[in-house]
Design a protein around this ligand. Structure first.
Ligand SMILES: Nc1ncnc2c1ncn2[C@@H]1O[C@H](COP(=O)(O)OP(=O)(O)OP(=O)(O)O)[C@@H](O)[C@H]1O
Ligand SMILES: [Mg+2]
Length: 603
């Protein structure tokens, strides 16, 4: 039966058979059957052949009752060589047990159940196998309706499931299997690190409770000393009462600093989502560090994600590897798919796809932290540079009798965000690394610290203050430097534009250098683009000064570059104004860096 009831496809190469299975469990079972002498070797559209005891046995496949996570079982209807029609089903133990024949030997049922419990407690994934012989006449009628359902256009899956249900009863228990579902490398370490980083972890699985609890233990989600609050009631009232008492217990546990986790199954969860119970359930879950949800259907997984998202606007990340995780991956704020044994369905529905669970640690703790910090910096820096430039106009208005005259020439204003200060934020957003990878991975609490401190109202206010302060210094220092006009040999002076362009030069230099100051890790690209942006302004100025009167839309900047660049005062200002302006930032940044350094050496 192991080698017949499945949807595995064999592939032969040099007489060696390898199996292609969409479900790793099925692959394992078919391989297992082959090692004990029942080798499945050929699949044709309507028949499978197995080799047992040195002879080929053919089974005509009449129908396949497909596996879905809601049905938690799959089956095949076959015609054996002697003409008998048989249904073979395999699936989750509770599902199969519910469909066993009533006259069934209670003793064997009990034995099998105990065995299953024992396997599950060891963390094995269990499956039950059952069969039924179908009367050919009954089959004829059933097959016709099954065919009709299979070609129906609407609610096809549901209709198929309903019709399959009709023959999946009065089953005869054949046996049970247990498969070790090995954790990927580094799972416990990753979970520990993420928990230390202040992330709450919930495990949502379709597996049975005992298996789920064992996997939670081996993946370090819970420990030997964790108290488990198990919620597995079947009715709403019972679930509600249990929830009430658990909420009380959880408060007590928190007061006593006892570690605890909630274990809930699909039935109870169904009730916990309804009415008043939902509020209690939400409170209970928020009290728990870890929650284990077992026997979940894909929809329930997604509902849980939605519920958590709706409480206090939590950010939820879902990670999964199977088709049954797609719904929750899509429901989450951030969906991560693992490419692996169970195919690419989860990965293709996700925002980020990784090959191993352990890479999640780096994705969150390193790239998550870097990206948060970079995004915050890019946003704040963009505000900063614009405020700094444009508030200078306000200070100038005090001197232009609020006439509306701008201090800067209009094309240079327009090009500020387009050319002269466009690269620093991009480079900041791409390359800045607030802390090196090793430190973030070693001290996982930093993840939470960055989350709390990267962006705050205080931070925003500080940047606003810095922008105003810089604009003030940039304008008035330039004004002081340029108070005595530069007289050129032909008797001309730079005039208003000289003041404006000098101030503009110092502003471009200051904002570009500020981006370097804000970078926590310098590299060649950052330095190149910051300094390059300043140089680009000078290049523009030289060309622009040559345009008038050839291009009528340019301002009269004729000779401006020569006037400015031959002035010692201008160059002195070029050194002093940005330096003095950035002094405050330099001191603040320096103090923070010293503190970080001291903190680093003490850890
Ligand atoms: N190919 C299959 N044939 C029959 N029954 C299956 C098959 N795969 C899984 N099952 C049963 O259906 C249940 C639900 O499967 P589902 O794929 O939803 O979750 P899961 O694989 O157990 O866990 P996870 O959510 O961690 O992937 C399983 O626990 C198992 O008992
Ligand atoms: Mg699965």
């Amino acid at each position: 039966m192991l080698s017949v009831c499945h949807t595995v496809v064999p592939e032969k190469e040099d007489n060696v058979i390898s199996y292609q299975a969409s479900s790793p469990d099925e692959g394992a079972l078919v391989r297992g059957a082959a090692t004990i002498g029942f080798e499945f070797h050929t699949r044709k559209p309507d028949r499978v052949t197995i080799r047992a005891m040195d002879r080929d046995i053919e089974y005509e496949i009449l129908n396949i009752l497909e596996f879905t996570s809601d049905r938690k079982r799959m089956g095949v209807v076959v015609r054996e060589e002697d003409g008998k029609i048989k249904l073979y089903v395999k699936g989750a133990d509770n599902i199969i047990f519910d469909r066993l024949s009533k006259e069934y030997n209670k003793e064997m049922r009990k034995n099998c159940y105990e065995q299953l419990e024992e396997y599950a407690t060891k963390g094995y994934r269990t499956l039950c196998f059952a069969m039924a012989e179908i009367d050919p006449e009954v089959y004829q009628d059933w097959a016709r309706r099954f065919h009709e359902a299979s070609i129906s256009i609407d609610r096809r899956e549901q209709k198929l499931a309903e019709i399959a249900e009709e023959i999946e009863n009065n089953l005869l228990l054949v046996g049970a299997t247990a498969i070790e579902d090995k954790l990927q490398e580094g799972v416990p370490e990753t979970i520990k690190a993420l928990m230390k980083a202040g992330i709450r972890i919930w495990m949502l699985t379709g597996d049975k409770r005992e298996t789920a609890i064992n996997i939670a233990q081996s993946s370090a989600l819970t420990t030997q000393s964790t108290s488990l609050l198990i919620l597995d009631k079947k009715s709403y009232d019972e679930t509600f009462l249990k929830l009430e008492s658990f909420v009380e217990t959880s408060r007590q546990f928190i007061r006593d600093k006892v570690e605890f986790a909630l274990v809930i199954n699909g039935h109870a969860l169904h009730h916990a989502f309804i009415g008043e119970a939902r509020r209690l359930f939400a409170e209970l879950c928020m009290n728990c560090r870890a929650v284990i949800c077992c026997r979940m259907t894909p929809i329930q997984k997604a509902e849980i994600v939605d519920m958590v998202k709706s409480i206090d606007d939590h950010i939820v990340l879902s990670i999964g590897d199977g088709a049954n995780d797609v719904a929750m991956i899509q429901a989450a704020s951030v969906g991560v798919g693992i490419t692996g044994e169970e195919g690419l369905r989860a990965a293709s529905a996700s925002d980020y796809s990784i090959a191993q669970f352990r890479f999640l640690q780096k994705l969150l703790l390193v790239h998550g932290t870097w990206n948060l910090d970079r995004t915050v910096k890019v946003i704040l820096y963009s505000f900063y540079k614009n405020i700094t430039l444009y508030i200078i106009e306000l200070w100038f208005a005090l001197f232009s009798a609020f006439s509306g005259q701008t201090i800067f020439e209009r094309w240079t204003i327009a090009l500020f965000n387009v050319i002269f200060s466009s690269w620093p934020p991009v480079i900041l957003g791409l390359f800045d690394r607030p802390l090196p990878e090793e430190i973030l991975l070693k001290h996982t609490f930093l993840y939470e610290e960055f989350q709390k401190n990267s962006f705050s109202l205080y931070m925003f206010a500080l940047w606003l203050f810095v922008s105003l302060w810089h604009s003030l210094l940039l304008f008035f220092l330039t004004y002081l430097f340029m108070a005595h006009e530069v007289v050129w040999s032909n008797g001309r002076v730079g005039g208003w534009l000289m003041l404006g362009n000098a101030c503009y030069t110092y502003t471009v230099a200051t904002v570009c250098l500020k981006s370097l100051l804000e970078c926590d890790s310098w590299n060649f690209v950052q330095v190149f683009f910051s300094i390059g942006s300043i140089i680009s302004w000078f290049v523009f100025l030289i060309f622009y000064s040559m345009l008038w009167p050839f291009l009528p839309f340019a301002s009269d900047m004729c000779g401006m570059a020569t006037i400015m660049m031959s002035s010692g005062t201008f160059w002195m200002g070029f050194i002093f104004v940005p330096t003095i302006t950035l002094l405050f930032d330099f001191i603040v940044k320096g103090t923070i860096n010293v503190c970080v350094h001291v903190a680093r050496s003490t850890y």
